[in-house]
Design a binder for this molecule. Structure first.
Ligand code: NAP
Length: 259
C-alpha cells in the first residue's frame, strides 16, 4: 500500500542524517514518490554507500554532501549548494541526531553540550539555512523534524536528548507561527521504537530492555522505518497542507500506556 505514484513529483528535499536508519527510509520513500532528494551527514563513507544502495536497490539518484549540522556556516554553504543543484528546496527533514544512555548525575558538560548541539542547535542551523529556499517553494515549504515520544515525559538516562527534542518541538511551534507568513509549515514526528535502527539496537536491545519496551507498546511490536517515512510524506505533500506547528506521533499507542 502506498501514496499515489508521483505525489511528490517536482519537489526537492534535503534529509539530514539520511544515509542510515530512519533517515534512509525517509529518503527512499520521498525518492520513490518522485521527489529529488539530497542527504547530509558527517561520514563520507556512509553517504557514498547509501547513495550507491539507493541507486542499486531503488533506482533513485540521491545527491549528498558531507556536513556537520552543528556548524552554521557549513550548513549555509551545503544547503545553498544542494538547493541550487536541485533547482530549489521544498522539504527539509531534520533527522540527524546523537544520543547515548547516561544517568544525569554522571553526565559530563561535554556530553550534555554535544547532544544539545547536534539535535537542537543543528535543527536551528538547518532551518535557518533553508529559509530563503523554503520561502520560494511553490506549494509552501515544509519543515519536518524527527523528535521522540520520550521527549514528552522525563527521559531517565537521556535527559540530554529529552531536553534537545523538547527544544526542537518548541522551535517547530515558533517557526510555524513566525514563518507561516511565508507559507512554511513546520511540524515534528515523534517515533516510538523503530526496529532495525540505532535507536532500538543501541539504546534498547543493548541495554537489555527489549521485552520491557515491547510490553509498553499496545500494538505489541516495534515500528518500521516506513511507518515514519509515510508520516513524512503526509506532512510533506499537498495532503498535509493545513497542518502546521504540531506533532504526529507514530508509536503504536505507547504514549498512553500506563506504566
Ligand atoms: P541513526 O541511524 O544513528 O541516525 C542518525 C543520523 O544522524 C546518522 O546518519 C548520522 O550520520 C547523522 N548525524 C549524527 N550527528 C550528525 C552531525 N553532527 N551532523 C550531521 N549528521 C549527523 O539513528 P536513527 O535511530 O535512525 O534515528 C534517526 C532519528 O530518529 C533521530 O532524530 C532519532 O532521535 C529519532 N528517533 C529514533 C527512534 C528509533 O527507534 N530509532 C525513536 C525515536 C526517535 P553521520 O554519522 O554520518 O554523521
Amino acid at each position: 500500500m502506498s501514496f499515489a505514484p508521483g505525489i511528490l513529483a517536482g519537489k526537492a528535499a534535503i534529509v539530514t542524517g539520511g544515509a542510515t536508519g530512519i533517515g534512509s527510509y525517509i529518503v527512499r520513500k520521498l525518492g520513490s514518490l518522485g521527489a529529488r532528494v539530497a542527504i547530509v551527514s558527517r561520514k563520507e563513507a556512509n553517504l557514498k554507500s547509501a547513495v550507491a544502495a539507493f541507486k542499486a536497490n531503488d533506482g533513485i539518484d540521491v545527491l549528498w554532501r558531507v556536513g556537520d549540522v552543528r556548524v552554521p556556516d557549513l550548513m549555509q554553504e551545503v544547503i545553498e549548494e544542494l538547493a541550487n543543484e536541485m533547482g530549489g528546496l521544498d522539504i527539509l527533514v531534520c533527522n540527524a541526531a546523537g544520543n547515548f544512555i547516561c544517568p544525569t548525575e554522571d553526565l559530563s558538560p561535554n556530553g550534555w553540550r554535544t547532544v544539545i548541539d547536534i539535535d537542537l542547535n543543528g535543527t536551528f542551523n538547518c532551518c535557518q539555512a533553508a529559509l530563503p529556499y523554503l520561502k520560494e517553494a511553490s506549494a509552501g515549504g515544509r519543515i519536518i523534524s524527527i523528535s521522540a515520544t520520550a521527549a514528552n515525559y522525563g527521559w531517565p538516562g537521556a535527559a540530554h536528548a529529552g531536553a534537545a527534542k523538547s527544544g526542537i518541538q518548541n522551535l517547530m511551534k515558533s517557526l510555524a507561527v513566525e514563518w507561516g507568513v511565508y507559507g512554511i509549515r513546520a511540524n515534528w514526528i515523534s517515533p516510538g521504537p523503530i526496529a532495525g535502527t540505532e535507536g532500538v539496537d543501541r539504546l534498547i536491545i543493548a541495554q537489555g530492555r527489549a521485552q520491557e519496551a515491547l510490553d509498553s507498546i499496545p500494538l505489541g511490536t516495534f515500528g518500521e522505518g516506513d511507518d515514519i517515512a509515510n508520516a513524512v510524506v503526509y506532512l510533506a505533500s499537498a495532503l498535509g497542507k493545513y497542518v502546521s506547528g504540531t506533532e504526529l506521533t507514530v508509536d503504536g499507542g505507547s504514549q498512553w500506556q500506563r506504566r
